[in-house]
Design a binder for this molecule. Structure first.
Ligand SMILES: Nc1ncnc2c1ncn2[C@@H]1O[C@H](COP(=O)(O)OP(=O)(O)OP(=O)(O)O)[C@@H](O)[C@H]1O
Ligand SMILES: [Mg+2]
Length: 259
């Protein structure tokens, strides 16, 4: 890990408006209690990182936020809506305002890059005309530096390219909030860094607020305004990268020991 870059604590948080508020979130699988009263506030314009070791419940947390998993207890408010009280259509409309980049990118293997990007638009914006859809796709690919790949199949993409296409597909719906699950995992450090820089650039361009889930301290250092440490199902500690770097708490220290 290199130390030349300063942490991004200077990114301006526009207003102190809470866009995601999580309180007392609990989720167990059988007797395995994964989330045990997790709290989090995401402010508008903020890049908040949830740092936790593998298996700590980071992906479970994200799945609870977008409604892929039903929590056992707790509250999740997104943009002023009580997510756990919403039903079908209302939940679908909210999900359009929340982008989600899967840990695995989740591209459809049998579709070209263009068709992969078209898929969410066809589903949610069936009235949009073909030319406008095409223009959106090209703009989304240009945004991630991959305008030349529209007709490739996912199997023809490198890991970094697939992550960029996943990012383009997430942002094509212009979500207000984006949840990134392990955006750098499986990528070499240079490509990982490029992806984080791209996420930051697009976040500014489209004015999104984001939750970045990762165990990669480089993500915290480069991109996070604030880091929440998920440990034993709770928000164990929080602070800027620099504050956590100086923290005495042994759980927090363990993340920095390998540096
Ligand atoms: N659908 C499920 N059924 C049963 N157990 C589950 C399910 N989903 C997750 N778990 C368990 O919950 C725990 C947390 O899983 P999760 O995927 O959230 O970890 P993570 O922090 O994202 O890890 P990684 O960094 O490896 O992605 C794990 O022990 C996992 O086995
Ligand atoms: Mg995970």
């Amino acid at each position: 890990m290199e130390h030349a870059t300063e942490s991004r604590t200077d990114i301006a948080v526009e207003q102190e408006e809470v866009v995601v508020r999580i309180r007392g979130l609990c989720k167990a699988f059988g007797s395995h209690e994964v989330l045990r009263g997790f709290d989090l506030d995401l402010l508008r314009g903020e890049n908040l990182m949830v740092l936790g070791k593998s298996g700590s419940g980071k992906s479970v947390l994200i799945k609870c936020i977008i409604g892929l998993l039903r929590p056992d207890a707790g509250h999740i408010d997104v943009l002023g809506q009580d997510m756990l009280a919403l039903r079908h259509d209302a939940l679908d409309r909210m999900r359009m305002r929340i982008g989600f980049l899967f840990q695995s990118n989740a591209l459809y293997d049998s579709m070209t890059v263009r068709q992969n990007l078209e898929f969410p638009m066809r589903r949610h914006w069936s009235v949009m005309d073909a030319n406008e859809r095409k223009a959106r796709i090209m703009k989304a690919l240009e945004d991630v530096g991959l305008a030349h790949t529209a007709d490739l199949m996912p199997s023809e993409l490198s890991g970094g390219m697939a992550k960029r296409v996943g990012l383009a597909r997430t942002l094509i719906m212009r979500p207000e909030i984006v949840l990134y699950d392990e955006p750098t995992t499986g990528l070499d450090p240079i490509t990982g860094r490029e992806i984080v820089e791209l996420i930051l650039q697009l976040q500014r361009q489209y004015n999104t607020s984001s939750i970045l889930i990762s165990h990669d301290l480089n993500v915290a250092k480069l991109a996070a305004n604030r880091v929440v440490v998920l440990h034993e199902g709770r928000a164990h500690a929080q602070g800027t990268y620099d504050e956590l770097l100086r923290a005495k708490d042994p759980v927090v220290r363990r993340f920095f020991m390998a540096l």
